[in-house]
Design a protein around this ligand. Structure first.
Ligand code: FPP
Ligand code: MG
Length: 297
């Protein structure tokens, strides 16, 4: 898929700011999968308006990752040093603010429905990130809280992306919102599975870091539900710890023997099927869903 026009639009937004540091830091950001821009193109087809909406959403996404890496104290992003590691947390916070406010400036001259959909999603994703931080204070055993948090943190912006693509191309808005919401929740579940199944080289960031950061993701919640009291206690004793190899091996063994990974993957697949039902006439979207579920990083 040709995303060069979206990239050029983002580049244009950045250059119009006329700031050497911003330009320099932007060039150091590794390119991601641009899932949100792809969705716009697949749903709304090629149009200048689609490029602009995609550029705005990708800039908001970039700003949220810049802030997230400060919050998570992440040294790498997509296999490259993060901006907080390369420059400082202050730089990452401010660059995030610059991207975020520029994106909102551009959004302010768009159709009101598009502006409202995206801006309310950004409030949701910020509340989701706060919830993620707060849930990490203690071992979260509640799957419902996890689903709510990942909907807010990740799926809300994907839901808004699909919604806006439907608005600008006169397609069924409710169908595409449901599509985006399910795709987004499935996406984050897969992300959380990969953290415990893949190695650092494949992921482009340290593996097995969620649990150490206090993030009791779906595989951990399910494993916890399914083990006996003694193992529950042991699992909780490892919470937020720098894990030794034998401790990681114990967790991996339990994640497999309780079918916690299998259950989580199944859950993501069910959500992907829900998403597919709303996108059944769009071959590109169906293959994107398939690729998302079966990805390795
Ligand atoms: C990545 O999650 C983080 C998000 C999807 C959302 C982050 C949102 C904010 C920081 C709110 C601020 C928003 C703006 C627009 C300034 P993760 O840590 O689970 O994934 P990772 O492993 O890729 O870091
Ligand atoms: Mg993070």
């Amino acid at each position: 898929m040709d995303l060069s026009r979206v990239e050029k639009t983002i580049q244009g937004f950045i250059e119009s700011l006329n700031n050497v540091s911003v330009n320099e830091m932007y060039k150091k950001l590794p390119k991601g999968k641009m899932l949100r821009a792809r969705l716009i193109k697949m749903i709304a087809l090629d149009s200048a308006l689609g490029d602009k909406v995609a550029a705005i959403i990708e800039m908001i996404h970039l700003s949220s990752l810049l802030h997230d890496d400060v919050i998570d104290e992440a040294a790498t992003r997509r296999g490259e040093p993060s901006i907080n590691a390369l420059y400082s947390s202050k730089h990452a916070v401010m660059l995030g603010d610059i991207f975020y406010s520029k994106a909102f400036y551009e959004l302010s001259s768009m159709d009101e429905k598009v502006a409202k959909s995206i801006s309310s999603a950004v409030t949701k994703l910020s509340i989701g990130e706060l919830m993620d931080v707060e849930l990490a204070n203690s071992f979260n055993e509640d799957a419902e809280l996890y689903y709510e948090m990942i909907y807010l943190k990740t799926a809300s912006l994907i839901e808004a992306t699909a919604h806006c693509a439907a608005i600008i191309s006169d397609k069924n808005e409710d169908d595409y919102k449901i599509f985006g919401k399910n795709l987004g929740i499935a996406y984050q579940i897969i992300d959380d599975i990969l953290d415990v199944t893949q190695d650092e080289k494949t992921l482009g960031k340290p593996a097995f870091s969620d649990f150490k950061e206090g993030k009791t993701t779906l595989p951990f919640i399910i494993m916890h539900e399914r083990v006996d009291e003694k193992d529950k206690k042991y699992l909780k004793s490892l919470f937020k710890k720098e894990l030794a190899q034998d401790e990681i091996a114990w967790i991996k063994d339990k994640l497999n023997s309780t079918d916690a990974i299998k259950f989580s993957k199944q859950k993501a697949k069910e959500l992907a099927i829900e998403a597919s039902l709303k996108a059944k006439n769009n071959k590109e979207l169906l293959s994107l869903i398939d690729g998302m579920i079966n990805r390795s990083y």
